[in-house]
Design a protein around this ligand. Structure first.
Ligand code: ATP
Length: 318
């Protein structure tokens, strides 16, 4: 008998608005985080391990990764996919005897929530493999414990994330948006980018006003939500914002050349994706996305350029 296998496909995200509010006492920031799932995917495949069939000598959880960035993905218990499987198994009093294989296409530490995608994918895959049948609410609760971006990876589409980004409200999207992503060499640490954001704010505030005005509360921009709802790329382009962009550029100044190249090549808008260093370019249509990607590739200002569209579906069992 062949072992059961479950594969889940799960998308990357771009933040079409990332408004970072004041630093909270717990070290996090309140965010208004408008997520859009894009068509770059990881695939997470789970198969039962022999130990689950009575072999006590077998490992209890095995993890393998393939793809261009595979060497940068941790293979120990810190891997978010492994943590997801262990969290689900723990809730149901079962052993996480599973082989998780990740076919990784989302850049690692690229600001596109690749680790979060793998966590959501592994959670849904294991829930299906083990026949648990968790409700969406139960899965979302585990996702929120695993990380701020994990709930969105499960649901996909577009959503406003409040709190640390984990409290989601789904958003209507009235059309297809065409994007190009310029992948960078190496990653940026998300905590380091937030720390740099705080440092830059502390540096500039006393100059703008003695005593320093408070950092404003983060709020979703009505024009942005309307642009998503109507599916209008030109309106969306003028509403895109990322409060982490100055920090990402400060830590990786070379990204300015990548953004400039995309703007010169006709992008409707160019911005850093989340905490970077991936850069995102909104194109007028599919054709201009293709020529934009060619210009970015030829410029030598990025490792690779990928053309895709949004919104993409959340984690899906194949
Ligand atoms: P975000 O956009 O959510 O801030 P990111 O896309 O910048 O995240 P990830 O690809 O999620 O970054 O990786 C961040 C770090 O998480 C990596 O450097 C790696 O050490 C760790 N990590 C844990 N599990 C995974 C995984 N399954 N895939 C990739 N990285 C993982």
């Amino acid at each position: 008998m062949t072992a059961p296998v479950v594969t889940v496909r799960v998308p990357a995200k771009v933040n079409v608005q990332l408004a970072v509010g004041p630093l909270r006492r717990d070290g996090f920031h309140d965010l208004a985080n408008v997520f859009l799932a894009v068509g770059l995917y990881d695939e997470v495949t789970v198969t039962p391990l022999a130990s689950g069939m009575g072999d006590p000598t077998a490992d209890s959880l095995r993890l393998t990764v393939e793809g261009p960035d595979a060497e940068h993905v941790p293979l120990d218990a810190s891997n978010l996919a492994a943590r997801a499987a262990i969290a689900l198994a723990g809730r149901h009093g079962i052993a996480p005897d599973v082989h998780i294989h990740i076919a990784k296409d989302i850049p690692v530490a690229g600001g596109m929530a690749g680790g979060s995608a793998d966590a959501a994918g592994a959670l849904l895959a294991c829930d299906t493999l083990w026949g648990i049948g968790s409700t969406r609410e139960e899965l979302l609760a585990i996702c929120a414990e695993l990380g701020s971006d994990v709930p969105f990876s499960l649901v996909g589409g577009a959503a406003l994330g409040r709190g640390r980004g984990e409290i989601l409200t789904p958003l209507e999207v009235g059309g297809t948006f065409h994007w190009v992503f310029a992948l960078a060499d190496g990653g940026l640490s998300t905590p380091a980018v937030y720390a740099e954001c705080d440092r830059l704010r502390a540096d500039t505030r006393p100059l703008s006003s003695p005593g320093g005005p408070p950092v404003p509360e983060a709020a979703a921009a009505p024009a942005l939500l309307e642009a998503l709802r109507t599916g209008d790329p030109i309106a969306l382009a003028s509403a895109l914002t990322n409060d982490l962009q100055p920090a990402a550029l400060s830590l990786r100044p070379s990204l300015a050349a990548t953004l400039h190249t995309g703007t010169q090549a006709g992008a409707l808008a160019s911005l850093v994706s989340g905490s970077g260093p991936t850069c995102a370019f909104l194109a007028k249509d599919a054709e201009s996305a293709t020529s934009l990607a060619a210009a970015l590739t030829a410029s030598g200002t990025c490792r690779a350029a990928r053309v895709t569209s949004a919104p993409a579906r959340g984690a899906t069992v194949l």
